[in-house]
Design a protein around this ligand. Structure first.
Ligand code: CTP
Length: 435
């Protein structure tokens, strides 16, 4: 089969990269291929901005030259013979030397040796990810499909290549569930039986937390993350995240509700920054855990500081915040003070946790009208008005902002009138000095 026509339908910038890479390979006398998920998604007519290129020969040298030609950023991993090129248009190009891999012990990182394109395809996780397309001019577009990945795409099957695939690399269990649910596929009988065997042996406990974290984040970022978590729970359990984690009916409902709230958030507040949905789901899974355990989990997974803060802050604050904003007749500025320090992720979690219409209404009001609200005046205006600058400026501006949230004041004149009236205490030293 030849995919030339399908490649010609890809976005122009991707086509250009593939053409230039092919030309360069010809010049350097190397065989070059586009491989893996990129080919899978071409055959499924799905967009994919990660181009994986494999060359038979020195991938690093090839990558450095291509980076020059494309004026792209370059990160080299000499130890693995791989490199990543980044282009301004969000395109990412992974380049690797064709290699074979052997696993000295289960779950360890593999030992790598240079090899043929067939070796390189044989080391991969599933047949649907083990196809390559020639990009050298002579055979441009020719599909190499030694493991019948195309048939498996047609029959909607996830199939491992070797019996030991899940034992050698247990993170592939997470990947199997991810691809199954993403595409609406199923694992074939043998793959499922190998999955169950690796599951009985609890193979994920031999994998470093960092590798689990990376796969878990990829899973939780997917549109069907909740289905994936449920499937993983059924086939493996969730103790690979924490020894006392299981999917209780409470958490199940919470995850389902989150799915709905995340969708609504995107529709109702399209101008807000994109949500980190993985963080929302991860936080929800730890529902009911002690704060000390949550901190330990975040530490073990080596989450970024900012992510750890967002996860722990929700668990620390959501109960208190809910109680406070649930009060009848509470001023908008008090709601603002409670919600503004929280991340959007924490707010989504609170909305899913508390379905009470009165609470949702207050949160909606905050998100639509008050989040991100700004004063027209600044410290400079206070100075011009004769106030002596100091830390009280922040307090004065905040008090004025709260008045704006409460609609006591509306425009710049109101703001100036408000600070003059409420900030008179701070004007005296200035008057004295000049008096
Ligand atoms: N791969 C593998 N085993 C893994 C991870 C990756 O064999 N544990 C191989 C697969 O052939 C995969 C390729 O490396 O297609 C690239 O990996 P990655 O970029 O993680 O996956 P994609 O298949 O491109 O999936 P996605 O669409 O999620 O990016």
């Amino acid at each position: 089969m030849n995919l030339k026509k399908k490649i010609e339908k890809l976005p122009k910038d991707i086509q250009l990269v593939i053409k230039k890479a092919g030309n360069l390979a010809d010049k350097m006398g190397l065989s070059a291929y586009v491989v893996g998920g990129f080919i899978r998604d071409i055959l499924l007519s799905r967009a994919n901005l990660d181009v994986d290129i494999v060359v038979v020969g020195d991938g690093i040298k090839f990558a450095s030259t291509l980076a020059n030609i494309l004026d792209a950023g370059l990160i080299k991993h000499a130890r693995f013979g791989t490199a990543v090129l980044t282009l301004g248009n969000k395109l990412k190009i992974d380049i690797a030397s064709a290699r074979s891999e052997t696993y000295e012990r289960p779950a360890a990182l593999p030992t790598v040796k240079s090899g043929t394109i067939e070796d390189d395809l044989a080391r991969r996780d599933f047949t649907i990810n083990a196809m390559a397309v020639v990009i050298n001019k002579r055979d441009f577009g020719k599909l190499i499909d030694c493991f019948y990945g195309r048939d498996d795409l047609n029959f909607k099957k996830i199939r491992i290549l070797g019996d030991l695939s899940f034992i050698d690399d247990p993170t592939r269990m997470l990947r199997a569930v991810r691809f199954e649910q993403r595409y609406g596929f199923n694992m074939d009988r043998k793959t499922l039986s190998q999955f169950r065997q690796a599951s009985r042996k609890k193979m994920l406990k031999y994998v470093t937390k960092h590798r689990i974290r990376d796969e878990l984040i990829l899973m939780l970022k997917e549109d069907r993350a909740v289905m994936m978590v449920k499937r993983m729970d059924k086939l493996y359990g969730l103790k690979f995240i924490h020894s006392s984690l299981s999917l209780s009916s409470v958490n199940r409902k919470f995850l389902n509700e989150l799915d709905k709230v995340i969708e609504c958030f995107k529709v109702q507040y399209p101008k807000k920054r994109g949500l980190d949905s993985w963080l929302i789901f991860f936080t929800a899974l730890l529902n009911g855990f002690k704060l000390a355990d949550i901190k330990k989990i975040c530490f073990d997974f080596a989450f970024k500081k900012r992510d750890t803060r967002r996860i722990t802050l929700y668990h620390q604050e959501h109960g208190k915040v809910l109680k406070r904003i649930d009060k009848k007749g509470i001023k908008p500025s008090l709601i603002y003070q409670n919600l503004e320090p929280l991340s959007f992720e924490a707010i989504v979690l609170i909305m899913a946790k508390e379905k009470k219409p009165s609470i949702r209404k207050k949160i909606n009001e905050f998100l639509l009208n008050h989040n991100g609200i700004k004063l027209v005046i600044t410290g400079k205006d206070l100075h011009k008005l004769g106030f002596v600058s100091g830390p009280h400026f922040k307090k004065m501006l905040l008090k004025t902002l709260h008045a704006k949230v409460d609609r006591i004041i509306k425009n710049k004149d109101d703001e100036i009138r408000f600070v003059k009236k409420h900030g008179s205490r701070h004007i005296r030293p200035f008057l004295k000095r000049n008096g």
